[in-house]
Design a protein around this ligand. Structure first.
Ligand SMILES: C[S@@+](CC[C@H](N)C(=O)[O-])C[C@H]1O[C@@H](n2cnc3c(N)ncnc32)[C@H](O)[C@@H]1O
Ligand SMILES: *[C@@H]1O[C@H](CO)[C@@H](O)[C@H](O)[C@H]1NC(C)=O
Ligand SMILES: *[C@@H]1O[C@H](CO)[C@@H](O)[C@H](O)[C@H]1NC(C)=O
Length: 272
């Protein structure tokens, strides 16, 4: 692997620190007790990073997301790690009955609310729901989406650049797919994942401790696409392959160099 590619992420790290350090220090000045709450401090930093870079990151994934989300997303959509709600820009409003934005960083909620309102979703008539829990809090998700004591029946689960930060991702994905997604429903994801190339993977593992400290737990070393493929039904008697329909698949980002430390996979998985 070329050294330049191995160190490329330092450029992003520096840009993020330049954008978010001063505002974070100012927030600390106003509220020194943040020092005793490392998660809140890290989320404050991340909120400033995302305010500066959300549009740029969105632009980089625009083509992939337009292909993946716009023709496919329908019904009740659960967007995990909604950020500033950029997924809304890719939803065909006429096919969506409810947009559920899961975002544990509450500093981002006003952005989600503004974008959703502009696109014609509203908390008043139940077409918009914003949840403050993490994706790992599957019990809260299930109880928030329960209707008349029935288990939730999401038509679409979207994850864009989020599963890198979720604790216990394999277990969380399995629970969401089994207990939140309805039969025939789709899991649509676009994530950066562990590279199949061992030299790239070595550097991804090397940088992960630094990267996750700066960016609210974001890891470079997760084979998220393989975890999704391997989800099995709860009932052992059913053949594992039967969890997802045959048309389900994951694919790469067109034109992306193999040496990219943020090596992306896109997936559309349809529940049997
Ligand atoms: C890189 S941003 C992507 C935002 C959005 N999906 C997009 O593509 O514009 C990752 C988001 O995941 C959120 N996040 C972090 N930990 C999470 C968790 N445990 N569960 C759900 N979301 C989480 C972060 O707050 C952040 O908004
Ligand atoms: C869903 O997305 C895939 C991948 O972009 C696309 O090939 C397919 O046509 C879409 N499905 C529908 C029902 O439009
Ligand atoms: C809910 O309210 C929004 C915003 O006022 C509106 O655009 C939308 O059509 C309403 N939807 C339903 C199902 O009432």
């Amino acid at each position: 692997m070329k050294l330049l590619a191995a160190f490329a992420l330092l450029i992003d790290l520096r840009a993020a620190i330049q954008a978010a350090l001063l505002p974070t220090l100012y927030a600390l000045w106003l509220e020194p007790l943040l020092l005793l709450r490392p998660t809140a401090l890290s989320r404050t930093f991340m909120a400033y990073v995302w305010a500066a870079f959300a549009d740029v990151v969105d632009e980089g994934g625009r083509e992939v997301k337009a292909d993946l989300i716009t023709p496919n997303a329908t019904g009740i959509v659960l967007d995990i790690g909604a950020g500033h709600g950029h997924t809304i820009n890719y939803l065909d409003r006429s096919k969506i009955t409810k947009y559920v934005a899961l975002e544990p960083n509450t500093l981002m909620h006003h952005e989600i609310r503004a974008r959703a309102t502009e696109a014609g979703y509203s908390e008043t008539n139940g077409t918009l729901l914003i949840l403050s829990c993490g994706a790992e809090d599957t019990e809260s998700i299930i109880s928030s989406l329960r209707v008349d004591d029935q288990p939730p029946l999401c038509d679409t689960i979207v994850s864009v650049l989020t599963l890198c930060s979720v604790p216990r991702p394999e277990e969380v994905l399995t629970t969401l797919a089994r207990d939140v997604l309805k039969p025939g429903g789709q899991l649509l994801f676009y994530e950066h994942v562990l590279s199949p190339r061992s030299d790239v993977a070595w550097w991804q593992r090397f940088w992960t401790p630094v990267w996750k400290t700066a960016f609210d737990g974001c890891r470079l070393d997760r084979p998220t696409h393989l975890w999704v493929q391997n989800i099995k039904p709860r009932d052992d008697s059913v053949a594992p392959a039967l969890f997802w329909r045959d048309e389900s698949r994951a694919w790469g980002k067109p034109g992306e160099p193999e040496e990219h430390l943020f090596w992306h996979q896109t997936g559309r998985f349809v529940k049997a």
